[in-house]
Ligand binder design. Structure first.
Ligand code: 4NP
Length: 159
């Protein structure tokens, strides 16, 4: 199984949405027996919480279901996940810092927007203090980036 972990700060807005969009692509391509994904946050504020209502709303408007309970990243994730995708540079720095204390990490760590070909900035913007328009922008960025990442994953793993 190829395992992918999407990471943001709180694990209630961006990364559960990325996970849901990516899972939808995996299922549509009938690769759910080969590719697994999960999401988590670098912070612990929302451990045990369901996703933000606005992420649920924009996912549902696009025919995608979100099913996730918030959790924080931990050292074992680096032994289990082949790919870790950070939503922004702060998440990326925190992931790389934690990775230093792990022996034998198998994870390749990327920024999500490395897979956004019309990328005009490196971060998926944090929509937490924003409105529905900000969540729509995040959805569009994640949709593009997840599709491109999926194509990269297929090529790299001959799927
Ligand atoms: P996320 O958004 O990292 O995309 O889940 C946030 C969620 C919660 C907070 C910040 C960002 N917070 O400060 O509680």
């Amino acid at each position: 199984m190829i395992k992918v972990l999407f990471v943001c700060l709180g694990n209630i807005c961006r990364s559960p949405l990325a996970e849901a969009i990516f899972n939808d692509i995996v299922i549509k391509n009938n690769l759910q027996n080969k590719i697994y994904s999960d999401s988590c946050g670098t912070a612990s504020y929302h451990v045990g919480d369901t996703p933000d209502k606005r992420s649920i709303k924009i996912a549902n408007l696009n025919g995608i279901k979100i099913n996730h309970i918030g959790r924080q990243i931990n050292k074992k994730d680096f032994l289990e996940f082949n790919y870790i995708l950070a939503m922004d540079k702060y998440n990326y720095q925190d992931i790389k810092f934690l990775e230093q204390s792990v022996n034998n990490s198998i994870a390749k760590v990327f920024m999500m927007r490395e897979f956004d070909n019309d990328n005009y900035q490196e971060d998926v913007p944090d929509p937490y203090y924003g409105n529905d328009k900000d969540f729509k922008e995040v959805f569009d960025i994640l949709n593009k980036s997840c599709n491109n990442f999926f194509n990269y994953l297929r090529k790299e793993n001959n799927l």
